[in-house]
Design a protein around this ligand. Structure first.
Ligand SMILES: NC(=O)c1ccc[n+]([C@@H]2O[C@H](COP(=O)([O-])OP(=O)(O)OC[C@H]3O[C@@H](n4cnc5c(N)ncnc54)[C@H](O)[C@@H]3O)[C@@H](O)[C@H]2O)c1
Ligand SMILES: [Zn+2]
Ligand SMILES: [Zn+2]
Length: 345
């Protein structure tokens, strides 16, 4: 089968490899139909993810058809069309029983990281019963791919943790696929204002189309001043950090209103200053989270019922044998205007 393999820092290759086989009774082999590339795959290629060893097939998003189900798999059978969660979960360990699948003691984010991933013709999915979701007949397959990672991430880490509420004021710092997923799913709760902050004009323009009530270009270093002006000096009830660098988190610290929440989504590689000398008295909450994917069934229903336009995030389409071009397009988003690139396997 064809597979995109990580070759160490800065290296990736499209190789011909053997089709994976079952390793445990709870495994399933899925024939991948569609997959995509995540910003986290670029982090791996930059050498930022030490758990991912050279030789690993990348990818943690996708849909496909069950090719083979282990003897312990009871929820699915050969031929079923399924959505793959980016987080694998056993459903039984202490963390899974608390709904914290991201910290499953024999799962979590392992796909395309510690075990081979979805950017291939076939993938082995451990804990198949609890890590796959059936796609209802007639489901829009392209839209559903957006549910493997980015929509649950924006929703769980940003919107739910950020306590977005009717009439509330939200700012989302970072308008990449994750920030835009937070924008789309914030709208479930009808906040009065959704202010999008980024440095990329295309992405800000896209934010306007997807329901932002105001956009702020942060490239002049005055983003927080502008958000304060837009909110009459009060700040926002929810500040969602969707970048993963100190500057964007500090913007959130500056714009959170008294009683508000800073919901961090970004993966941070370096420490960030916390201005407690000002924030200690502001009754704020700061949250962090690795996506649990517990909201995938709910999000699947919102896509099915056309309440969530997940497909709006797809800008480019490729075949699996063009995946190196897909990586180039995705990694040069400022010039290619790429958000999510869809890959047909
Ligand atoms: N917590 C989780 O479980 C989880 C899951 C998936 C991804 N992530 C993380 O979420 C973050 C966002 O992911 P993405 O794929 O959308 O990334 P991305 O790189 O495509 O988007 C980030 C956006 O931030 C903008 N930006 C950069 N500096 C900025 C600044 N100072 N102020 C405002 N905007 C700025 C960029 O122009 C870009 O549009 C990443 O750090 C990613 O690793 C977290
Ligand atoms: Zn991802
Ligand atoms: Zn578990």
């Amino acid at each position: 089968m064809k597979a995109l393999v990580f070759g160490g820092q800065g290296e990736k290759r499209l190789l011909e490899l053997p089709i994976p086989d079952l390793k445990a009774p709870s495994d399933a082999i899925v024939k991948v139909k569609k997959t995509t590339i995540c910003g986290t795959d670029l982090h791996i290629l930059r050498g930022d993810v030490p758990t991912c060893a050279p030789g690993r097939i990348l990818g943690h998003e996708g849909i496909g058809i069950i090719e083979k189900a282990g003897s312990g798999v009871t929820a699915f059978r050969e031929g079923d069309l399924v959505l793959i969660a980016c987080i694998s979960s056993c459903g039984r360990c202490e963390y899974c029983r608390r709904g914290m699948y991201s910290h499953c003691t024999t799962g979590g984010w392992i796909l395309g990281n510690q075990i081979d991933g979805t950017q291939a013709e076939y993938v082995r999915i451990p804990h198949a019963d609890t890590s796959l979701y059936r796609i209802p007949p007639g489901g829009d397959e392209e839209a559903v791919v957006m549910l493997s990672d980015i929509l649950p991430t924006g929703f769980e880490c940003g919107v739910l943790n950020g306590k977005v509420a009717p009439g509330g004021t939200v700012a989302i710092v970072g308008a990449g696929p994750i920030g835009l997923a937070a924008l789309l799913t914030s709208r479930f709760y009808s906040p009065a204002e959704i202010i999008m902050v980024d440095i990329d004009k295309n992405r800000l323009q896209m934010s306007g189309k997807l329901g932002a009530t105001a956009i702020v270009n942060a490239s002049n270093g005055q983003a927080s001043e502008k958000v304060m002006e837009l909110t009459g000096g009060r700040g926002v009830d929810t500040a969602i950090e969707a970048v993963g660098v100190p500057a964007s988190f500090i913007t959130c610290e500056k714009i959170v209103a008294p009683g508000g929440t800073i919901a961090n989504i970004g993966v941070h590689g370096v420490k960030v200053d916390l201005y407690l000398e000002r924030l200690w008295s502001q009754n704020i909450t700061i949250t962090t989270r690795l996506v649990d994917t517990v909201t995938m069934p709910m999000l699947l229903k919102t896509v099915q019922s056309h309440k969530l336009d997940a497909k709006a995030l797809i800008t480019h389409r490729f075949q699996l044998d063009q995946i190196l071009d897909a990586y180039d397009t995705f990694s040069q988003a400022a010039s290619t205007r790429a958000l999510k690139v869809l890959i047909n396997a």
